[in-house]
Design a protein around this ligand. Structure first.
Ligand code: SIN
Length: 533
């Protein structure tokens, strides 16, 4: 495999020299940039428009131990959901420091919903108490993102470049010097030299046929860091959200867990409230358990979905709490106050990612990662609902702090003048969409909720075969690079899932159904060296 996705004569392409470049535009990226801008000039690049991010789509909310909420129980619930693989020190950091940062959001004008002047916390799966803050009902992410992006626009030390795709890190001998990117509008390369690079590109959901993730979630950050030699951890742990809208032609729209938090029931198509028999918390069991139970019921009853029933709930509460969900369902003929919503699980969140320390630092000097692309250890084998916005906020700020305290301007430039790939040409054009559809179907079937050795081997074999000719191609479009990144990410997930011969949290092996603490209460770490290409 070539080290870079494109060849480039670095002397001949335009360049920018911010102090720090932040890649991505979700909560982790924006919080890092705002903090860094106290002292540094920051450039944010994002491959789409800045609002096209999973953060802006987050519905449920942000978990935080503010007001009278207990921080220790937040920590305990996170550890319990994480199936024994959370790093408790990192969880403690997230829970404790999260309090200050969420209060700061409030000070900066984020209007979380209130009841009688007090924050109206909601409940979600795996939470033993109400600690999830929400805004405009089910538009929490949108409200937080708006507040952060307004700060970015006002800050003269931050420049935002939209429609700029990060192709590769400029790295040499375990040091990162910047990013090579594609200006998507004009189709030209741009080189960015910086003292540090913060990768906050989000998740990988688009490798799956069924996902809640926006179309930008193509694993570019993970794949780019992997090519540069970064260590990845826990890549077998992909969280499947139990309830996404399942209607032909409608988007796989998330139906927030908060809907169950406010009292909705899950029913099989023969009207049985099946979660009551599965777990003491019924519909509010941790996500991995609810998703598995739904898949089991679908198999048993030979159906394509189950139902989420709100008909017994107060109509005014439904409209107030879930305006976005109500409006979207209505567009497809489902009045959620009168009709149960057809739902099924879909890929939602990557618990693994680029392994980082307490400050987002990676094994590559001057390269940081935060948000969903990173594996800080706070989620273990299964993330507690509404901890992701909190993680992005806390570890984004910490990465910035580390950069401000440790990096100076005399760090030196990328030493190579040119990046060269092996020559390759093909007479027939490659059909990107065709490979992508095949990859998505394969990932859903073979590295989805239930896995076994035979499926996982099949996945790795097929992906390796496609890689042979897809990775050799030199693309010049975002879609081509994204396809290459998605193949890389899918292969790493398949390999990690093959290695972990047990079931734990979001990783369920049919051939190893038990959790084996003796052998597997450990992390699977993979880097480029572990793959022969
Ligand atoms: C949801 O609203 O159910 C999603 C929240 C999350 O993934 O944390």
């Amino acid at each position: 495999m070539d080290n870079f996705l494109t060849s480039a004569d670095l002397k001949k392409i335009p360049s920018l020299q911010p102090d720090v470049v932040v890649v991505g535009s979700g909560i982790a990226a924006l919080s890092t940039a705002i903090e860094l801008a106290q002292k540094k000039n920051v450039l944010i690049i994002t491959k789409s428009s800045a609002v096209n991010t999973a953060t802006a789509k987050a519905q449920g909310g942000i978990a935080a131990a503010i007001d009278e909420v207990n921080a220790t129980s937040h920590l305990d619930d996170t550890l319990l959901a994480g199936g024994g693989l959370c790093d408790s020190k990192m969880v403690r950091i997230m829970v404790d420091e999260g309090i200050e940062f969420v209060n700061k959001l409030i000070e900066n004008g984020v209007a979380f919903d209130k009841n009688d002047k007090k924050i109206a916390f909601t409940l979600e799966g795996g939470h033993s108490e109400r600690r999830v803050l929400h805004a405009e009902g089910d538009a929490t992410g949108k409200v937080i993102h708006k507040s952060l992006i307004e700060e970015i626009y006002k800050n003269p030390k931050i420049q935002l470049l939209e429609e700029h795709f990060e192709i590769d890190l400029l790295y040499h001998e375990d040091v990162c010097y910047g990013v090579l990117c594609l200006d998507c509008k004009y189709g030209r390369l741009l080189r960015i030299d910086s003292q540090a690079v913060v990768v906050a590109t989000g998740g990988i959901g688009q490798i799956y046929r069924e996902t809640t993730n926006p179309e930008i979630a193509t694993g570019d950050g993970v794949a780019m860091c992997f090519r540069a030699g970064a260590m990845l951890s826990d890549m077998e742990f992909v969280q499947f959200h139990p309830t996404t809208l399942y209607l032909a032609g409608a988007p796989r729209f998330l139906i927030s867990e908060a809907v169950r938090g406010e009292g909705a029931h899950l029913l099989s198509l023969d009207n049985k409230r099946f979660m009551v028999e599965q777990h003491p918390l019924a519909e509010l069991a941790p996500r991995d358990i609810v998703s598995k139970s739904i898949i089991n019921i679908m198999h048993e009853t030979n159906t394509s979905h189950v139902l989420l029933d709100l008909r017994h709930m107060d109509k005014a509460l439904i409209q107030k709490r879930f305006p976005t969900i109500s409006a979207l369902c209505l567009e497809y003929g489902v009045d959620i106050t009168k009709n149960p919503i057809p739902v099924r699980p879909a890929a939602h969140y990557m618990m693994g990612g680029v392994k980082t320390g307490e400050y987002g630092e990676t094994n590559i000097k001057r390269l940081y990662a935060c948000g969903e692309v990173a594996c800080t250890g706070v989620h273990g084998a299964n993330r507690l609902a509404s901890n992701s916005l909190l993680e992005g906020l806390v570890f984004g700020k910490r990465a910035a702090k580390h950069i401000l305290e440790n990096l100076s301007s005399d760090v030196g430039y990328f030493p190579l003048n040119e990046i060269k790939r092996k020559e390759f040409s093909r007479a027939t054009p490659l059909d990107i969409t065709d490979i992508l559809l095949s990859l998505r179907a394969l990932c859903w079937r073979d590295i989805g909720i239930y896995r076994d050795e035979c499926q996982l081997n099949d996945a790795e074999k097929n992906i390796t075969f496609w890689e042979q000719y897809v990775l050799r191609e030199e693309f010049s479009s975002r879609e081509g690079f994204e396809l290459q990144n998605q193949l890389t990410v899918a292969k790493i997930i398949a390999r990690s899932a093959l290695i972990r011969k047990e079931s734990r949290g979001a990783h369920q092996r049919i051939d190893y159904p038990d959790t084996d603490d003796k052998k597997w209460k450990t992390h699977i770490l993979l880097s480029r060296k572990d793959f022969h290409d």
